[in-house]
Design a protein around this ligand. Structure first.
Ligand code: F3S
Length: 107
């Protein structure tokens, strides 16, 4: 089991989640982060750190976000590790809660 980053992270990317991760399981893309399911140890620390409420335990991923389980696993193999937080994307406030952001995901 692992935690999963879902759609509301796209174009927000606060990155505060990475500071609490004990296994450096977060991987960074241009406008989204994912969790490597092979590194996640289910510590439950990161969801509370996400202002966008984008992180869910795999069993609790909302029905319309289930595709993000595979997407996290896929992109974790391609993207580099991020172990320290940085500034959120500049217009994160405009994107928070916007629907249908998956099409905006940059790889
Ligand atoms: Fe994304 Fe939330 Fe982390 S917006 S980068 S999952 S703190």
């Amino acid at each position: 089991m692992a935690y999963v980053v879902t759609e509301n992270c796209i174009n927000c990317k606060h990155t505060t989640c990475v500071d609490v991760c004990p296994t450096e399981a977060f991987k960074e893309g241009p406008n989204f982060l994912v969790i490597d399911p092979e590194l996640c140890v289910d510590c439950d620390l990161c969801p509370a750190e996400c202002p966008a409420e984008a992180i869910f335990e795999e069993d609790d991923v909302p029905e319309d976000q289930l595709g993000f389980i595979e997407l996290n696993a896929e992109l974790a193999k391609l993207w580099p590790e991020i172990a320290t937080s940085k500034d959120a994307l500049p217009d994160y406030a405009d994107w928070d809660g916007k629907p249908d952001k998956l099409k905006l995901l940059e790889r």
